[in-house]
Write a protein that binds this ligand. Structure first.
Ligand code: SPV
Ligand code: MG
Length: 426
């Protein structure tokens, strides 16, 4: 048994790798002394520590294998330092490079004892995991909203301005509708807008609002490979989630009366799996949408598909219907409950209406008002154009927002304040 062994460490985000290293050392000595590097020292050779030196010291002190803790441990250990602190031997991890070993312990090589360091965990790994999870915090919010017990409403938006209006009116999240984005670009809902064009619009929307956005990703713009690339790019932009439907690219809007075809179940499951794998550890939400009722295949097909999509890893199922009553949704929800499927169900009541209590009693998680801002603005633009064209005047116009209201939505005030702060006084 050695009298005392010294360990120097950063001990940031103290984890079981640290503990098992300290335990091994303690097994070889009566007194385990730990030197904790200062914040400046760590910054100089590694990265800014997450915890301050005092916080790191407190954690190390509370480890039962540690007998004494020294602040401001030097990066370069000298014989004088060992003598001053009554240290007999120095522990050195087996994974240290020769260069670093010479740099840190070059003067006291005869005092070194080598110990095994656990390689399957490190502070850097933990930080990387945290960054991946928390870069897309809106995804986290959307996941919580669709999973909590109360009914969530997503309101349609198709531009930065409409996204701001949705937020101003107190909604919890945004549906970036494929139909509405296409229409606002003057295009049909048949994948005439490319996926990067849609991405550009949704990026503006995401910047304009702090709400989580669920993008209507149609069929994923191609096969599994296109869909998973879409997921990666959306996640990088901080979009909360995407909804992918089981039709064939190029898609046709669900309300267009023409024969529509579904993708084979196995192919669509592969697409969902690829999307799930592509998001990795991110909270990015992947919704699988079945169009079984839309193409007239009925309840059995809808249920089989929904179960398969849940098993493929989807976070929620969107069940669409074009009936004028919620009959399809009622029948689906009653069998879904019995199927004991765990993932939430999202509905899009565009042609049918029922009140919140009814959706809640069915067990629906989320309701999407899918296109009402686009239709409202189309109506309003039509009205105002017709009136100005007819009267050749703007005098009788009513119900317009003022220019000041627009400035407020654009947050002109923030720019005025920033100018005071950043522009030199003239
Ligand atoms: C959309 O908003 O683009 C939708 C919903 O997909 S629907 O138009 O009802 O199919
Ligand atoms: Mg759509």
């Amino acid at each position: 048994m050695r009298k005392s062994i010294y360990v120097d460490m950063v001990a940031d985000l103290f984890h079981y790798g640290h503990v098992s290293y300290l335990r091994q050392v303690k097994e070889q000595c009566d007194c385990l002394i730990v030197g904790v590097h200062s914040d400046e020292t760590v910054q100089g050779y590694k990265r800014t520590p997450i915890m301050t030196m005092l916080e790191r010291m407190r954690v190390v002190e509370s480890c039962r294998y540690v007998d004494r803790v020294i602040a401001d441990a030097p990066l370069h250990v000298t014989t004088e330092y060992l003598e001053q602190n009554g240290i007999e031997f120095v522990a050195c991890p087996d994974n240290i490079s020769e260069t670093n070993r010479n740099l840190m312990y070059g003067d006291i090589l005869d005092k070194l004892l080598i110990f095994k360091y656990t390689n399957d965990i490190s502070t850097t790994q933990i930080i990387t995991r945290l960054c991946r999870i928390f870069t897309n915090t809106k995804a986290d919010t959307l996941k919580r909203l669709i999973n909590d017990s109360s009914l969530t409403y997503l309101m349609e938006a198709h531009s930065g301005l409409s996204a701001k209006i949705v937020e101003k009116n107190g909604f919890q999240g945004i549906w970036a509708s494929g139909l509405s984005i296409s229409a606002s670009l003057g295009l049909r809902d048949n994948n005439e807008a490319s996926w990067t064009q849609v991405l550009e619009v949704v990026n503006y929307m995401n910047d304009a609002s702090s709400l989580p956005i669920l993008l209507d990703g149609d069929t994923g713009y191609g096969n599994f490979n296109n869909a998973r690339r879409l997921v990666k790019k959306l996640d990088q932009l901080g979009i909360a989630g995407v909804c992918i439907e089981d039709k064939i690219f190029p898609k046709t809007n669900s309300f267009i009366e023409k024969a529509q075809q579904l993708a084979p179940i196995s192919e669509f499951c592969g697409k969902i799996k690829a999307c799930v794998d592509a998001r990795g550890v991110s909270q990015f939400v992947i919704v699988a949408r079945t169009e079984s009722f839309i193409v007239g295949l009925g309840l059995e097909e809808a249920l089989e598909r929904a179960i398969a999509y849940a098993e493929a890893g989807a976070d929620a199922i969107l069940v669409h219907s074009k009936k004028s009553t919620p009959a399809d949704i009622h029948s689906f929800m009653s069998v879904w409950r019995e199927a004991k499927a765990k993932i939430p169900v999202i509905v899009v009541p565009t042609t049918y209406f029922t009140d919140s209590e009814e959706f809640e009693s069915m067990g629906v998680s989320t309701v999407i008002w899918a296109n009402h801002n686009m239709r409202a603005s189309t109506y309003a633009m039509n009205e105002v154009c017709a009136q100005i064209q007819k009267t050749k005047s703007i005098n009788a116009l009513e119900r317009l927002v003022t220019i000041k209201d627009v400035f407020e939505l654009q947050d002109e005030q923030e720019l005025a304040e920033a100018e005071k702060k950043y522009l030199p006084l003239s």
